[in-house]
Design a protein around this ligand. Sequence first.
Ligand SMILES: C[S@@+](CC[C@H](N)C(=O)[O-])C[C@H]1O[C@@H](n2cnc3c(N)ncnc32)[C@H](O)[C@@H]1O
Length: 244
Amino acid sequence: MNEWYKNWFSSDEYLSVYRHRDNEDAQKLINHILSETNIIKEGIVLDAACGAGRHSINLAKKGFHVVGFDLSKTLLNIGKSDAQSNNVSIDLFCGDLRNIKLKKKFDLIINLFTSFGYFNTDDENFSFIRTAYDLLNENCYYILDYFNPEYIRNNLVQESKREFGSKKITERRKIENERVIKEIIIQNGSALDSFFESVQLYSREKIIGEFEKIGYRCAKIFGDYTGSKFVQSESQRLILFFEK
Ligand SMILES: C[S@@+](CC[C@H](N)C(=O)[O-])C[C@H]1O[C@@H](n2cnc3c(N)ncnc32)[C@H](O)[C@@H]1O
């Protein structure tokens, strides 16, 4: 299960299993982020772990300059072709959150839809926020969109099943060693494939503490993509706005 993220996000199945995480979902969160930040028109945005670029494309359509990186070449290739069909230009490249070197400075850095907590150590998981601090212009924001760990603990659905087309998907979830582990089993006729996700459950206090050690200030916290207030026992998302 080590380095599960390499297999899963390079598979053809990831986008179909998460197909509800679409452009509309991305647009909602981007609109909320823009309404809460003072990013200059035509500012430069870095989309860290951008996947197939749904947030990047939305931002580029609004006139921002966007740089995005991801480890999955499969998703980046989809992002490049989607950007082309949307007539926008985005600088997409293959890179690892733990080892990013860029010369540009940014007016906004985003890390969205739980693209955080994948690695085995705190040092690796918080490595990108250290890099990002140096890449961010003064008075600008780093946005982390993570799950609410309390909600996950209290509402864990151990098994769920769904179907689309000829595919039957079973998802099994458990919490082990402070990580939420999901096994995704996809049956298509006689073909059976399985993948894992394993994400560290960091408390809100731990995350804020690690950001503050670097020099960020936690400026705003929201509980969903429409900007509802974060409520520890109810919110599904933990969306943190850190200001440099
Ligand atoms: C849940 S997806 C979210 C993608 C995108 N932010 C979105 O909302 O559609 C997590 C992303 O993290 C990327 N990722 C995983 N490990 C990574 C790493 N070490 N460096 C960079 N990206 C990584 C995956 O390839 C995947 O695209």
